[in-house]
Design a protein around this ligand. Structure first.
Ligand code: SF4
Ligand code: SF4
Length: 355
């Protein structure tokens, strides 16, 4: 038996515990490593709102589709965003099939190359992601400015993780005993932004890496805190995450973005949880430079339970559409789109291992 598995079994939890892994990469690693089946039955792991693909609003998807259909515009984004259903289950991928102009990139700087190669077009980067990706978008805006690239615009749909956790904890329905906190996001923001979980809600959190051993060790550190009746934010992923995060990346974010209220798919409006471009960069703010036509703004499908899945209230197989009307090749909700979305991970690896 793996050393951490044995240590975990040696601690008897005081009650049935629900631990939330906030990040979708953790969700996938937990399935890949068969971690749920290694844990005592008193521990349930639930998935949280940690995939930016899943939480991008229908309105933002529809705006991106509208931009992609605007003559003279090339809409650039990450591959996962192409399949996310917007209103009426339209997607960027379906829009492309109807003649919309879209390009997929792996890194924001590639969008600048598209802009320089297509000088007569307006290149709009549909920017989604958490604190992990926003510094690179900020750096790309800076690079566009330095190189005098005037046909590059950003549609910011960036979101911040700690305000979403705060919104989760303020909901009486949510019942979580501890948090497996995201390694990548925390490499940027450090541990201070999560301290409210411990100080205001008496919930422990451990910032954890992505290997099976990292996650098991993170769970063990959480259990130790719970059994000692402690609530602290600790770092398991010390080889990557420093307590203060990455101050250079944080200052880059704050140079280009203001924090604002924003809407999370399935969860709703969360105060101070989004990033919008500062007024001084409005010349490359697609929201200000283009009149974006959205004919409809259908909310998510009524039958889709993404909201409850993202808040850890339901597991994907509890949704009536799971694996029936909703599959990765034809998703109804966003959680089935990204390979790191909870529903897609359950679908791919099976919910049988659920603890
Ligand atoms: S995209 Fe992946 S790594 Fe980034 S937050 Fe979502 S799940 Fe985590
Ligand atoms: S299975 Fe599909 S419809 Fe159901 S919650 Fe997941 S994404 Fe939404």
């Amino acid at each position: 038996m793996n050393g951490f598995v044995k240590l975990i079994h040696d601690i008897t939890p005081p009650k049935h515990l629900k631990l939330m892994e906030v990040c979708g990469t953790h969700t996938v690693s937990i399935f890949r490593g068969g971690i749920k089946s290694l844990l005592p039955k008193e521990i349930t792991l639930i998935s949280g709102p940690g995939c930016p693909v899943c939480v991008t609003s229908v309105k933002d998807i529809d705006a991106a589709i509208s931009l992609s259909m605007t003559p003279g515009v090339i809409l650039v984004t990450f591959g996962d965003m192409m399949h996310v259903p917007g209103g009426d289950r339209m997607s960027l991928y379906k829009a492309k099939a109807q003649g919309a102009c879209t390009e997929v990139v792996y890194c924001p700087l590639d969008a600048l190359k598209i802009a320089t190669d297509n000088g007569s077009s307006k290149v709009v980067f549909f920017a989604t992601g958490f604190e992990t990706t926003s510094p690179s978008i900020a750096a790309t805006i800076e690079e566009a400015g330095d190189r005098g690239i005037g046909n590059f615009y950003v549609y910011s749909s960036h979101k911040l993780v700690p305000p979403a956790l705060s919104a989760l904890m303020s909901s009486p329905a949510v019942d979580i005993d501890g948090f497996i906190l995201p390694g990548h996001v925390s490499a940027i923001i450090g541990k201070e932004p999560y301290e409210f979980l411990a100080s205001d809600y008496a919930k422990p959190g451990v910032i954890t890496g992505f290997s099976t051993d990292d996650i098991l060790m993170g769970i063990y550190m959480l259990l130790l805190q719970i059994s000692d009746k402690k609530a602290e934010i600790q770092i398991q992923y010390t080889k990557v995450v420093r307590p203060e995060g990455n101050p250079k990346a944080i200052s880059k974010i704050h140079k280009y973005f203001d924090v604002s209220d924003t809407y999370w798919r399935g969860i709703g409006q969360i105060p101070q949880s989004g990033l919008i471009l500062k007024d001084e960069y409005s010349q490359c703010d697609a929201k200000k430079r283009f009149s974006i036509e959205i004919d409809h703004c259908n909310p998510e499908s009524n039958a889709c339970m993404c909201g409850d899945v993202l808040r850890g209230l339901k597991s994907p197989p509890e949704c009536a559409l799971f694996g029936k009307g909703c599959k990765p090749e034809n998703p109804v909700g966003a959680c089935m789109v990204s390979s790191e979305g909870s529903c897609a991970a359950y679908y791919r690896y099976g919910g049988a291992a659920d603890g």
